[in-house]
Design a protein around this ligand. Structure first.
Ligand SMILES: Nc1ncnc2c1ncn2[C@@H]1O[C@H](COP(=O)(O)OP(=O)(O)OP(=O)(O)O)[C@@H](O)[C@H]1O
Ligand SMILES: [Mg+2]
Length: 328
């Protein structure tokens, strides 16, 4: 079992159902589990058939659920930044700064940054209240951005720190002749804030890239586009140092589906073989297409048992098939 399990993949493949079922399986085995949705279009509540909000709710013994609300988090985030920044600036420009922060809050990146902050906060809290956190993520693109953010923002923030250090150096030189300025720049709160942020990103990166703690599980269907998208995403995550926990091939049409599905099943056989060939080094689990949607604990149950096979390391683990798109 990993402390952090992510379920991701193309839209509609079964990420939410698998994350819910896996979280259920952990909780059944006595692992204190939190299942979190980072997808702005939440459906964890539907999978469990229990209302879930942006505060953790208990779903059953050892299992809590939470749906991150981007708007709520962005508002909290903006208020925090406003409060921090306003302490630093003179009264003359307070209104202007407030206005600037409000504009930034409306920008599309703000919600992402806020979701990210919540996400790091949850990862930091693991081990304390929860033994494991299972993340139900948004379709591939959004999630990859979220997971690669620490690396990208880490570099960006480092540059900001460097610039600030240069500015401080100049100010210190000027302060030799100005005791009032010298007093004001003794401690630099901006540098402090930037450094704290850098440390947060570094921590997120450390957790995400620690293969003993974090695993990313891809949910795909035996279809061309789903396979292509997974191969690309696997390559990207590996490049960013995030370990792949396994592959779930969901909605596999069973033989008993009958003659109507015969043609589809023949095509599916080829895709299943392609998946095995592309990802030989990862644990793979096949889940059948059921005759109804998955809703409620009872229906998640059988899926939960089958997903336990993901925890068995593949004998080929660590080997990478050439041409699979897994390399950088
Ligand atoms: N094996 C299955 N058999 C039948 N229905 C399934 C199966 N797996 C998932 N479903 C159903 O397919 C739909 C999509 O599943 P789910 O919401 O888990 O996918 P998702 O990847 O999270 O989708 P989204 O990208 O929209 O978040 C749901 O209605 C779910 O109940
Ligand atoms: Mg979903």
């Amino acid at each position: 079992m990993k402390r952090f399990s992510f379920f991701g993949g193309k839209g509609g493949t079964g990420k939410t159902s698998c994350a819910a079922a896996y979280a259920l399986s952990l909780s059944r085995r006595g692992v204190r589990t939190l299942v979190v949705s980072t997808d702005p279009a939440h459906s964890l509540s539907d999978a469990f058939d229990i209302p879930i909000g942006y505060e953790a709710v208990q779903l059953r013994e050892n299992l809590h659920g939470l749906e991150i609300d981007a708007a709520v988090e962005a508002k909290k985030y903006m208020e925090l930044i406003q409060q921090k920044t306003l302490d630093l600036v003179s009264a003359v420009i307070v209104d202007e700064i407030k206005r600037q922060i409000e504009i930034a809050y409306m920008s599309p990146g703000a919600e992402e940054a806020a979701i990210f902050d919540k996400f790091v906060e949850l990862m930091e809290s693991a081990g304390d209240v929860y033994d494991a956190i299972v993340f139900d993520t948004a379709p591939t693109g959004h999630t990859l951005r979220l997971l690669t953010l620490p690396e990208i923002l880490g570099v960006w923030i480092e540059q900001l720190i460097e610039k600030r250090q240069k500015a401080m150096h100049l100010m210190k030189m000027a302060a030799r002749y100005d005791s009032y300025l010298a007093d004001r720049i003794k401690e630099d709160p901006i540098l402090g804030t930037l450094t704290a942020r850098k440390e947060k990103f570094a921590l997120a990166r450390d957790l995400l890239t620690d293969a003993s703690l974090t695993g990313f599980f891809f949910v795909l269907n035996a279809e061309k586009l789903s396979i292509l998208e997974t191969a690309r995403a696997v390559g990207l995550l590996v490049k960013h140092g995030i370990s792949i926990g396994g592959i779930v091939i969901n909605k596999v049409i069973p033989p008993e589906a009958g003659t109507f599905f015969e043609k589809r099943r023949t095509a599916q056989e080829e895709y299943l073989a392609e998946i095995d060939g592309l990802f030989p080094s990862y644990s793979r689990v096949r889940l059948p297409l059921l005759d109804s949607d998955i809703r409620g604990v009872e229906q998640l149950e059988s899926m939960a048992v089958e997903l336990e096979a993901l925890e068995v390391e593949s004998p080929l683990a660590g080997t990478v098939k050439s041409g699979s798109g897994e390399g950088p």
